[in-house]
Design a protein around this ligand. Sequence first.
Ligand SMILES: NC(=O)C1=CN([C@@H]2O[C@H](COP(=O)(O)OP(=O)(O)OC[C@H]3O[C@@H](n4cnc5c(N)ncnc54)[C@H](OP(=O)(O)O)[C@@H]3O)[C@@H](O)[C@H]2O)C=CC1
Ligand SMILES: O=C(O)CCC(=O)C(=O)O
Length: 481
Amino acid sequence: MKDISDIHGHLIAGEWQRGDDSRPNVNPSDTRDIIGLYACAGRDEVDRAVGAARAAFQTWAFSGPQARHELLDAVGTELLTRKDEIGRLLAREEGKTLPEAIGETARAGQVFKFFAGEALRVTGDVQQSVRPGIDVEVSREPVGVIALITPWNFPIAIPAWKIAPALAYGNCVVLKPAELTPGCAHVIAQLLHKHGCPPGVFSMVMGSGSVVGDALVSHPDVDAVSFTGSAATGSRIASTCGGLRRKVQLEMGGKNPMVVMDDADLKTAVQACLNGSFFSTGQRCTASSRLIVQAGIHDAFVQELARQMRALRVGDALQGDTQIGPVVDERQLASNLEYVELARREASEVIGGERLDLAAPGFYQAPALFLGTKNDARINREEIFGPCATVIRVDDFDEALAVANDTDFGLSAGICTSSLKQATLFRRKVEAGMVMVNLPTAGVDYHVPFGGRKGSSFGPREQGRYAAEFYTVTKTTYQSA
Ligand SMILES: NC(=O)C1=CN([C@@H]2O[C@H](COP(=O)(O)OP(=O)(O)OC[C@H]3O[C@@H](n4cnc5c(N)ncnc54)[C@H](OP(=O)(O)O)[C@@H]3O)[C@@H](O)[C@H]2O)C=CC1
Ligand SMILES: O=C(O)CCC(=O)C(=O)O
């Protein structure tokens, strides 16, 4: 029988609340390892959290920047100081390797510190009126109560890059982390609580998307929703928010192209693709999932990439020599394996991709390359979200660019080339929110905008000072002098 005192509770109105339902947080590297029990909320908890946020809003909105700066800075400092320990928890609950997990925790710390600075730099405009004797001021104000819904693949960085700007600009927050990975979000909640976040300013309610997520998105007292996750859930949230005329920001999937031109440095191109396609087990919305390779370099590139891919060590995320951790859970692994089966029909050759049975029971999969594919095949249209990349052979730059842009998504795009002309043309013409030249499509900075075009994103950008567009509303004031 489970002991209720062991359950990690929700944070609502400044208090830890357990309820009586909970779910085990399972280590995907070794399913015998249960990290802890985490509470599962229902609609009542959501109501209480939103109510507490509404009640706290007027005070927090007018609290001034110093308190916000100090809170965010303290949380950022502690995340950085404890990055090894928290990174270990992240690797244990999500399955990315320890260095990746520690790096992500450090990134979350930097995000908090960045927005601690932004809290001191909320600016507006003073303009001259077209009418004499009138001053015009454009100022930014907080939006209100913001619901944040986050996925499992970046369980600390994504909550951080939504919570920190929301609080910096004076909003109150209710966070619902992914049910698969609540541990890191729970740590952020602990730190906000510990460093004096006033009751109701930040609440965290754990549980399933269909209950807690849905209750939050449709709650009458929520003013805005920021979501990262699948395109299907994102579309559903967009229609609910549209109907309610509620501000919404969506970060969804990608089918990111990486173009490799004949004149690319082979070593650079292979490294960029190895990293972009397979690191973090391919579970990144910025992963390079379509490798678009010019005919002249194609065979040498594929041979070298396949050789290095096969040499990648798949294993327990916490083991020092592991390069590719497990897939996050059985459902995601089953979905990846279905795509491998589909690739057997749609590609001319499949390398790797099989389920691996290692010493510990976990969700292990060998990285996979699907060769000789056509861009209209399903494996090139749908986001797989696993350690799988397709290869599409093209004749020249124009064809590479056309294939790169022929997708419903538009998050990140890369090119490997030594030609300044081709790099420049690609930067200008590719339909993506982020472009990488001689770099992996995944792996971004914490202080500049993040987001895409077409089916990948909706609403204003996340991160950097551009985050203010979503987390504030402008007010234009006219005053007779
Ligand atoms: N762009 C990205 O970064 C990500 C993309 N994905 C893509 O999505 C696929 C499925 O992953 P999955 O985790 O199921 O993604 P989801 O879109 O289902 O989950 C993302 C978040 O939304 C929540 N959610 C689910 N349903 C609803 C709902 N009806 N209303 C409100 N919130 C909801 C989830 O809660 P809960 O998990 O608790 O049910 C989670 O917190 C992956 O295979 C991948 O292709 C997934 C994760 C991240
Ligand atoms: O590539 C990165 O660094 C970020 C990717 C990301 O945010 C995502 O996959 O959701």
